[in-house]
Design a protein. Structure first.
Length: 288
């Protein structure tokens, strides 16, 4: 999976997102475009668009949705500090890949909503229906969802929706079925301790589970590395330790399930995670 999956599309010309604190809003109002260029270096956690991520093997997408203040069209956008692509365009891009690859399955995790009223949620639900239709798998017990089941039903999309709206729509999986504990640290050692503890505590059945192999910059980190950005200051330096943790994991009920990262093309993150699946096959061989 990719963290802030849509952030490749962040637009430096866009307004600041409504969730940003007043200090950031003021910073941008004083320094304008220069401030936004610096912000993008810290807010864009991916360098690949959806199609490239899918081609590389990403199947879980972390999505955050926002309205734009004073937007006459009431359009919905992906957003992380600054606004990104229109949601409709992103969903259609993913659908084009699914149409070409009928056995592939993606998880769309709508986990943050900014400035959204009831009718915005209704608009997003309708957009999902129009784009994916019967490709969406209705919410059932997580442990019942096998690839075989999805292929038989011709389902290719599982939509997780972290809002009470999910309870009213059969094809929306409630957000609690996709927990994603967040370490909120810049320290790779603390992150690994947190990831390990989270796996120990995860529910064994009934939900999916995300391990976020992601470091989060503090304000002081941003100030120190303001011109270099997230990738150079944090992600690349911590990569060896984080990848070592990923390599040593086991999949399955008491292990990892979905692993997300920033800059998913770095190192061999994607191929390493995919390889973990083969440990499941070996485990089955051992028990038969």
């Amino acid at each position: 999976g990719s963290h802030d999956s849509f952030s490749f599309y962040i637009d430096e010309a866009s307004p600041v997102g409504p969730e940003q604190p007043e200090t950031v809003q003021n910073f941008v109002s004083v320094f304008g475009t220069v401030a936004k260029k610096l912000m993008r270096k810290w807010l864009a956690t991916q360098t690949m668009n959806f199609t490239s991520q899918l081609g590389a093997g990403i199947r879980y997408f972390d999505l955050r949705i926002s309205t734009k203040p004073r937007d006459p069209d009431n359009e919905l956008y992906f957003a992380h500090g600054l606004f990104s692509a229109k949601v409709k365009e992103g969903l259609e891009e993913i659908n084009a890949f699914l149409a070409d690859h009928p056995k592939e399955v993606v998880f769309l995790d709508f986990n943050h909503f900014y400035g959204m009223q009831k009718y915005h949620h209704e608009k997003l639900v309708q957009m999902l229906k129009d784009t994916y239709g019967n490709k969406m798998c209705p919410a059932i017990f997580a442990h019942e969802v096998s690839l075989q089941y999805l292929w038989e039903k011709e389902h290719q999309v599982l939509v997780f929706y972290h809002s009470p709206v999910a309870l009213e729509v059969p094809f929306l999986w409630p957000g609690q079925m996709m927990p994603a504990p967040w370490a909120n640290t810049t320290d790779p050692e603390k992150l690994i301790q947190f990831l390990q503890a989270s796996i120990t505590e995860r529910r064994k059945k009934g939900s999916f589970f995300i391990s976020q192999v992601v470091l989060t910059p503090k304000a002081s980190t941003v100030v120190k590395g303001v011109a270099s950005g997230l990738r150079e200051t944090i992600t690349e330096r911590a990569l060896p330790a984080m990848m070592q943790w990923v390599r040593t994991q086991k999949p399955g009920e008491s292990g990892v399930n979905i692993i997300t990262a920033d800059f998913v093309e770095l190192g061999d993150f994607i191929s390493t995670v995919i390889k973990l699946n083969y440990a499941l096959d070996e485990g089955e061989d051992d028990t038969t």
